[in-house]
Design a protein around this ligand. Sequence first.
Ligand code: FES
Length: 145
Amino acid sequence: MTQDTLLVCVLCRFSEAQSRVEAVPGQVLFDQLKQRLAESDSETINLRPVRCMGACSQACTAAFMVHNKLIFILSQLSPIDSVSDLLEFSYQYISASDGKVPYKDRPATIKQNIHAVLPPLPTHPYNHSGDNHAQIMSCETRHSI
Ligand code: FES
């Protein structure tokens, strides 16, 4: 994956009762992001739909990822209210060469809805030099990365 990418689960629903509602929140979130990105003049993130990311009880879910940058997995996103913050963070993420957008600069949704932050995937995943060990990150470092 060579382009900064925002994955959005288009199957996310909030509850069984909600499943009877026509609009699927995950699809609503994806559609809102797609529309806003189409209207943008700036370099935009590669928006991709996915069908489940295994955090179904934490709907809506999304993830920012690209090789050699931190991977941000977000959950409990509002399909409407989180759109502006996700877009703002997407521009910050594109601009940060290692994905380390300073915590203090992140939009509120990103600060409040982080499900996990993963170390970057190496560009060459089968490096046999032994340098491929995942970084260990603690909660204390999370806020400084
Ligand atoms: S349905 Fe969205 S994470 Fe499973």
